[in-house]
Design a protein around this ligand. Structure first.
Ligand SMILES: Cc1cc2nc3c(=O)[nH]c(=O)nc-3n(C[C@H](O)[C@H](O)[C@H](O)COP(=O)(O)OP(=O)(O)OC[C@H]3O[C@@H](n4cnc5c(N)ncnc54)[C@H](O)[C@@H]3O)c2cc1C
Length: 457
């Protein structure tokens, strides 16, 4: 049994804490936000003050990988979500009607998920965690305590209390200050960050949930539309675009936002509900990757970076929680297998093998989309793919709309199931390219750039 201090009681910090506690470790979670866990889902949505999670009331979707991890490791959290009327969603049901081969394939059940508004997801896990784990809310960590250069032996809170630990888990999210604290004790952190990204303009609704006529996330010229089922009778609609796109700032106004959604034939009916928020905007989201490395300084031991604190991206693909839950499972498994003296190396290897590749895959897709937006903003043609991999990706959606197995391969990648390089498999790649070549160009799914600017004006 190890003494483990988890910093941050977000979804992934709490998931790790629960899995580690159930493996017999002595686990304490420290959370800066003081608000106690609300009594009900609706209280969580209406009143839970979570300043530490800026995206708390932004659109969220739980990818099937997240549901799979919950089902295996934390079935009681899954049950709590079901009890909270989480939406059941299976993207295979969106298979276009003209695909005639509708026979099920082995493993189809992996695509199904349950999903809810973010406060409701966090509420479900927080209620379970507080029964089993020592979660101290309103306790802010100030720095690390080291036992010699780079050997982390615990943390100090802003209240001056020292908590000794065999392992400190950084689950402080995308704005974690751990790298600065590590530098203070002479440990090196490798950090890459890019400040390019997307702006999100989201509105939540309630009513009779609209039928899904298109994919959850659909690129429409220089914006994308994200339509997500929520728990109970709720859902969200998000218009997202590139961060530097000044006219999009007008999407903060309900009229402009509504006009844009109304002009998208596959999503317009998602406006037919009772709005339960104004337009919730968010930007300034950085892609960041961190790794504890040896170099001129020393790699820290006794500390593990988890989920967003390790790597986070612009969340256009909605993968953060699912990957964070998988990372928590991986942490538990690594601790099971490794001697304490070998943990740092083994955790780095496991993260690089299972977690980082999805981060890179997400970044690659975001870059391609931003290049496309950039060209369309300037009135140019869509940029030609730089390589074969890019060509496969460009043809993927078209091919998936006519071939049931390509559809499954695309969904598996979207949902973080299997390997992020599965689409590079030569036979599959060739099939995608062939189907992409033969396809008729898709009709416009909404406003082009000129029409968008008119709507925004
Ligand atoms: C706009 C937006 C939309 C998103 N949509 C999706 C989606 O659809 N699907 C999805 O899966 N993911 C989505 N994500 C990503 C998802 O929100 C994150 O991956 C997830 O929140 C990571 O959880 P976490 O527990 O690692 O960190 P967080 O949820 O960020 O929690 C970190 C916790 O650490 C605490 N903390 C920070 N500093 C200290 C300190 N010094 N001492 C003590 N506590 C501290 C904070 O208060 C906070 O509670 C989205 C993100 C954004 C920005």
């Amino acid at each position: 049994m190890a003494r483990i201090v988890v910093l941050g009681a977000g979804v992934c910090g709490l998931a790790a804490a629960l899995m580690l506690r159930r493996d017999g470790h002595d686990v304490t979670v420290l959370e800066r936000d003081p608000a106690p866990v609300p009594d009900s889902n609706e209280d969580a949505w209406e009143r839970w003050e979570r300043a530490g999670v800026t995206q708390f009331r932004q659109a969220h979707f739980l990818q099937p990988l997240g549901r799979i991890v919950l089902e295996k490791e934390l079935p009681d959290v899954r049950d709590a979500l079901v009890a909270a009327a989480a939406a059941r969603f299976d993207p295979l049901r969106l298979m276009p009607p003209w695909i005639t081969d509708r026979r099920p394939r082995p493993g189809d059940e992996r695509f199904a998920t349950i999903t809810a508004r973010r406060p409701v997801i966090e509420h479900a896990i927080a209620r379970v965690a507080q029964e089993e784990v020592d979660v101290r809310r309103g306790v802010e960590v100030e720095r690390l305590v080291s036992n010699g250069v780079a050997g982390i032996a615990g943390v100090r809170t802003t209240g001056g209390e020292d908590l000794p630990a065999d392992l400190v888990v950084d689950a402080m999210g995308r704005r974690s200050r751990l790298p600065a604290w590590l530098a203070d004790v002479g440990a090196r952190v490798h950090e890459q960050s890019e400040d390019f990204g997307f702006l999100y303009y989201t509105r939540f609704f309630r009513g009779e949930r609209p039928p899904m006529l298109g994919p959850l996330l659909m690129a429409i010229g220089t914006v994308s539309l994200l339509t997500l089922p929520g728990d109970g009778d709720t859902w969200s609609v998000t218009v997202l675009g590139a961060a530097g796109d000044q006219p999009l700032k007008r999407l903060r106004k309900v009229e402009a936002w509504t006009a844009v959604v109304r002009a998208c034939p596959l999503q317009a009916h998602w406006l037919e509900g009772e709005p339960i928020t104004e337009i919730v905007g968010m930007g300034g989201i950085v892609d960041r990757y961190r790794r504890l490395v040896a170099g001129s300084g020393q790699a820290a031991t006794g500390v593990a970076l988890l989920a967003d604190a390790c790597a986070c991206t612009n969340p256009s693909l909605g993968r953060g929680i699912a990957l964070g839950l998988r990372h928590a499972q991986l942490l538990r498994d690594t601790l099971r297998k490794e001697e304490p003296g070998r943990f740092a190396e083994a955790w780095d290897a496991a993260t690089e093998a299972e977690f980082t590749p999805w981060y890179r895959n997400t970044i690659q897709q975001d870059r391609e989309r931003l290049r496309e937006i950039d060209a369309l903003q300037q009135g140019l043609e869509r940029p030609r793919p730089a390589d074969r991999q890019g060509a496969v990706r460009a043809a993927l959606m078209t091919a998936a709309m006519v071939d049931p197995d390509v559809l499954r391969a695309m969904l598996a990648e979207r949902c973080c199931l299997g390997s992020p390089t599965a689409l590079d498999e030569p036979e599959l790649a060739e099939r995608v390219l062939e189907l992409g070549r033969d396809a008729e160009p898709a009709p416009p799914a909404g406003p082009d750039r000129k029409q968008l600017l008119t709507l925004l004006a």
